[in-house]
Write a new protein. Structure first.
Length: 133
């Protein structure tokens, strides 16, 4: 895997990430990524760097009909979510937060989807919460 905080240059040179064509700056993709989570197919995996050029976040997108299976998979791995609602689940794992969200279609030509986000908290946020793990 890629370590949190890996510099942008290393993401490209060592891990083969390519600058994405998305509207969001600091977005990367990687050819050859396993486009599944267990048996659930993923539509994409995006990697993000913060304003300091360090890796801090991953987004994965799956079809909306996989929301329930993804939530169950994460509950088995991480236990009961910290917060939950019918459309959003979050696990606070100390230095990392994991979200699963059911998203409506952003435009009528698209389908609703499930977004899985894994984010490393900033050093400041970890200090404020008592250090993480």
């Amino acid at each position: 895997g890629i370590a949190w905080g890996t510099p942008e240059s290393e993401l490209v040179n060592k891990y083969g990430l390519e600058k994405g064509k998305q509207l969001i700056e600091n977005t990367y993709t990687r050819a050859g990524d396993n486009q599944s989570m267990g048996s659930i197919p993923l539509q994409y995996i995006h990697y993000y760097t913060n304003n300091d050029g360090k890796f801090y976040k991953v987004d994965m997108r799956a079809a909306i009909n996989h929301s329930g299976a993804l939530v169950q998979m994460y509950q088995q791995q991480f236990g009961q979510e910290t917060t939950g609602s019918p459309k959003e689940y979050m696990w606070d794992l100390g230095k990392v937060k994991v979200w699963i969200e059911a998203k409506p279609a952003p435009v009528s030509s698209m389908s609703p989807y499930t977004l899985i986000t894994i984010t490393r908290k900033s050093e400041e946020a970890m200090k404020n919460q008592g250090g993480g793990f």
